[in-house]
Ligand binder design. Structure first.
Ligand code: ADP
Ligand code: MG
Length: 276
């Protein structure tokens, strides 16, 4: 082999790394028996943005989040966070996860819950705990028993516990379900501040009313991402100003052109109901 003077021999770049994306999935599949809960999802999410995972109950949002985090093993395909193949314990420590149900301990105080979650991530700095509680405006409730909090306060504590290790990646699974309108606005302003600071946020919802607070939307139905883009792009592509209508249009298109042909209805995101 001949080398041009001064030129380095060609080497293949590392095949599986894409340092510019915060979260990447390639043909992710998760089956439960005959059910394809996640059915071939490929995404490439740039850092510092808020991504809305929108779809009806049972469409596969929670399962997709768990696959991306490496908490569930994919049947096939792969997930990468910060350029590293998941599951990865060191990367898991750089992810915050707010589950659909509050994952905090009712018998502990607010402060104890936050310190417990900090400790599980190896964070010993008391300032980190104080910061997280201040962000959700619970600093003055640090010694309250969690069981005595209102539903909204418990939700805020769950968010604080997901943030306490200052993760660059945040998965929020239906964080505003059952949250009053004022607190929703507060939550979204926290999410925006975090994203402005470089945090990549994936937030799921089964209702469309918060979609426009996201930078980009991923419409999910029957385990598939049926459309992806900004709210404006999706409205334009669907030819409607109503995102719910846009969802139905994409769902109908997928049902008609889908290779499996398994589904012909086009049920959109349920306007009500608890998360699945
Ligand atoms: P979403 O979060 O959008 O409501 P999920 O990811 O929770 O959807 O569920 C997607 C589908 O996978 C649903 O039909 C659900 O019943 C099914 N599912 C989820 N987890 C399991 C499991 N551990 N075992 C069997 N089926 C599951
Ligand atoms: Mg869910």
């Amino acid at each position: 082999m001949e080398h041009v003077d001064g030129a380095r021999p060609m080497t293949d770049p590392p095949a599986e790394r894409s340092t510019s994306s915060a979260i990447r999935a390639v043909e992710l599949v998760k089956t439960f028996g005959d059910l394809r809960a996640v059915d071939g999802v490929s995404v490439d999410l740039a850092p510092g943005r808020i991504y809305g995972l929108l779809g009806p109950n049972g469409s596969g949002k929670t399962t997709l989040i768990r696959l991306l985090m490496g908490l569930a093993r994919a049947t096939s395909g792969r997930a990468e966070v910060l350029g590293v193949a998941m599951p990865s314990r060191p990367i898991l420590a750089r992810i915050g996860y707010m589950t659909q149900a509050d994952g905090v301990y009712p018998a502990l105080t607010v402060g104890e819950n936050a310190r417990f979650f900090a400790a599980t991530y190896g964070v010993r700095d008391p300032a980190a705990v104080e910061d997280a509680l201040r962000i959700v405006e619970l600093a003055d409730r640090s010694s309250s028993i969690t069981a005595t909090l209102s539903g909204g306060q418990r939700r805020r504590l769950s968010l604080a516990c997901a943030l306490v290790h200052r993760p660059p990646i945040l998965f929020l699974d239906e964080p505003t379900v059952g949250v009053d309108p004022l607190l929703r606005v507060e939550f979204w302003s926290h999410f925006r501040e975090l994203a402005d600071g470089g945090t990549t946020i994936v937030v799921s919802s089964h209702v469309m009313d918060e979609a426009d607070r996201c930078d980009e939307l991923l419409f999910v139905r029957s385990g598939k991402v049926i459309a992806e883009g900004t709210g404006a792009e999706l409205r334009e592509r669907a030819g409607t100003t109503d995102l719910e209508q846009a969802f139905l249009r994409f769902a109908g298109e997928t049902a008609r052109t889908g290779s499996d042909g398994a589904e012909s209805d086009a049920s959109g995101p349920a306007p009500t109901g608890s998360g699945g």
